[in-house]
Design a protein around this ligand. Sequence first.
Ligand SMILES: NC(=O)CC[C@H](N)C(=O)O
Length: 198
Amino acid sequence: MGTIGVLGLQGAVEEHIRQIEALNYKGIVIKKPEQLDIIDGLILPGGESTTMRKLIDRYGFFEPLKQFSLKKKPIFGTCAGMVLVAKSLVDANEFHLGLMDISVKRNAFGRQKDSFETNLKINGLENPYKAVFIRAPYITSATEEVHVLATYDNHIVAAKQKNILVSAFHPELTADKRFLELFTQMVETNMNQPGYTC
Ligand SMILES: NC(=O)CC[C@H](N)C(=O)O
């Protein structure tokens, strides 16, 4: 059984922990960089990306998070977490962690659709998935290495590149655990690599 951490600086942390545990993984809230050494996968939750970035710097998480990704450990960025991993941000000069070859627009769905639910077709899931969007970003462009998993209104809202999975929506707010399972499968596959050490 693997251990999945949720970056616990700000945002929707406990909801993720409950879902992780419902899938029989150990879930821990990550408050210190050293804790990254004892987990097999990491979730960057929804919240406010600018605030989260400030706290990442304040608590010395910036380099350790980059190292975590360099070790090819799976990372799942939801909503603000997707903003944090992007290599480029529309309407901003600087990106944050720059781990994934995507360009992301923050609060992209505008006022009318500030928050909404919709049934999405997601690659790899057989039946539609009810996705909850809250002041959500979307991906405006991605390189060929990025696999698009879902679109809404012609915009990319879920994608994967190597060890990084992102969603513009909040899987922790629905009872349907299938999207999180896409992530636990990545964690499982990585743990089964020969010579894997946490
Ligand atoms: N629900 C969310 O995580 C919103 C993300 C937020 N709009 C941001 O850009 O950080």
